[in-house]
Design a protein around this ligand. Structure first.
Ligand SMILES: Cc1cc2nc3c(=O)[nH]c(=O)nc-3n(C[C@H](O)[C@H](O)[C@H](O)COP(=O)(O)O)c2cc1C
Length: 217
């Protein structure tokens, strides 16, 4: 089991060229979506939304948002199977949290009489909220847990991916304004299978040495 974990993390890599003729089977995509849904977050806030760009029309809408210096990323959107827009709520409110608490009651996780007490956990969100109601730094941190979770899940599924912070945030948010409905999108994830000419597939993994990033006290 430990071997499997490290093998997954050593063999996954950032795909730099996708094979447009190889598509990820739907059942694997469904596992990915469920893994995203199961991602943990502070106070179980789940301040996110995942917009799956799968149709030709949606892919072209996203493709057309790319500007310099990010043009090198745009072909992935057409050649991969899907690109997921990872979006976070920049102004997560008590009303948003109330929906989570209701779902916890519905799922049998929380007794109905404990609703008010559970809502008090929102104070941990409030700590990260400024006078304008902005708590996007905090909600974006939660969203990146979902990104990490996606990476590991895809490695297990032997599916390739590319995280893209190299997007024109303003243009993406403008193009998908209706779907985002006030959420912010700073990162996307392309999911597919690499092309045999993908140079990155053959490069060795490179990371800082354990000794330079860990302190064992
Ligand atoms: C949040 C995030 C954003 C990234 N954005 C891009 C990107 O826009 N384009 C790209 O080609 N790679 C992008 N990468 C890939 C990183 O450069 C890559 O993960 C890193 O160099 C380690 O290489 P590996 O993923 O092959 O192990 C991104 C990675 C992360 C985690």
């Amino acid at each position: 089991m430990n071997d499997l974990i490290l093998h997954d993390l050593q063999t996954r890599y950032t795909c730099k060229r996708y094979d447009p003729n190889r598509k990820v089977p739907e059942e694997k995509l469904q596992i990915l979506y469920e893994a995203l849904r199961l991602t943990p977050s502070s106070i179980n806030s789940q301040p996110w939304k995942f917009i799956v760009i799968a149709s030709d029309n949606a892919k072209h809408r996203l493709y057309n948002t790319f500007t310099e210096p990010y043009h090198f990323n745009r072909q992935h959107v057409l050649d991969s199977t899907v690109t997921i827009l990872f979006a976070h709520n920049p102004k997560y409110t008590l009303e948003d949290y109330a929906k989570v608490v209701e779902k916890m009651i519905q799922d049998g996780r929380l007794a109905p009489e404990k609703r008010d007490r559970a809502l008090q956990s929102f104070r941990f969100a409030r700590m990260h909220t400024d006078e304008n109601g902005f708590n996007g730094h905090w909600t974006k941190a939660q969203l990146y847990l979902a990104l990490g979770n996606a990476y590991h899940t895809l490695a297990r599924l032997k599916v390739d991916s590319t995280a893209l912070e190299g997007i024109d945030v303003k243009r993406v948010e403008e193009e998908f304004k209706g779907e985002l409905n006030g959420f912010a999108c700073h990162v996307a994830l392309c999911v597919g299978y690499h092309h045999e000419t993908d140079y990155n597939a053959k490069l060795p993994k490179s990371r800082l040495a354990h000794g330079s990033i860990f302190l064992h006290l």
